[in-house]
Design a protein around this ligand. Sequence first.
Ligand code: FMN
Length: 203
Amino acid sequence: MNKAITLALTGASGAPYALRLLQSLVQADYRVYLLASSAARVVLKTEQQQDWPGSPRELSAYLCRQYGAKEGQIVACGKEEWFSPVASGSAAPKQMVVCPCSMGTVSAIANGASDNLLERAADVVIKERGQLILVPRESPFSAIHLENMLKLARLGVTIMPAAPGFYHEPKSIEDLVDFMVARILDHLGIEHELTRRWGYGQA
Ligand SMILES: Cc1cc2nc3c(=O)[nH]c(=O)nc-3n(C[C@H](O)[C@H](O)[C@H](O)COP(=O)(O)O)c2cc1C
């Protein structure tokens, strides 16, 4: 476990993407620093009927059990845990994914708010010129959303909207989720077998 990544969940719809991504990162033997906003917890309850423990320590243990992770492999951090490694360029993982990413968090990141650990962690990855991937979900996008995303894209942030394709003939919700998660893993450079690749297995 010598690779680390930050995974942040916010209050946009799309909790199943985040859970599948977490599972894939654990399987790929990454240490995962996990950040979840208050709204992300509401969405998790609504979409997945999951009620995560409030304290970071309990949440870490709960998720490690849930995903068969090694002890310390999933490190949940509180929203004002300013001494977490993700809060400083000297210790933060170089890769971070915000999945799903609300328009509120897109705005906060685009404006460098750094008002909680999640926003600060994203700010750190941008300033350190690491890899930041946002998985926004909203429909339609307003000009505010689009301007914020354009600003971030120009800074090198990858904007990867939760918009699964249908050309792999999905049969289930899991197939749609895997489509998105596979694309995220591709961008992170993590091998996986979640979906068939374009051009392979076509008639
Ligand atoms: C069930 C549910 C679904 C939501 N879906 C979205 C969404 O898809 N996109 C979005 O930007 N906000 C969505 N919201 C609203 C955000 O959760 C809200 O703006 C919140 O303040 C975002 O905070 P955060 O960025 O700190 O997580 C949703 C809220 C709930 C309760």
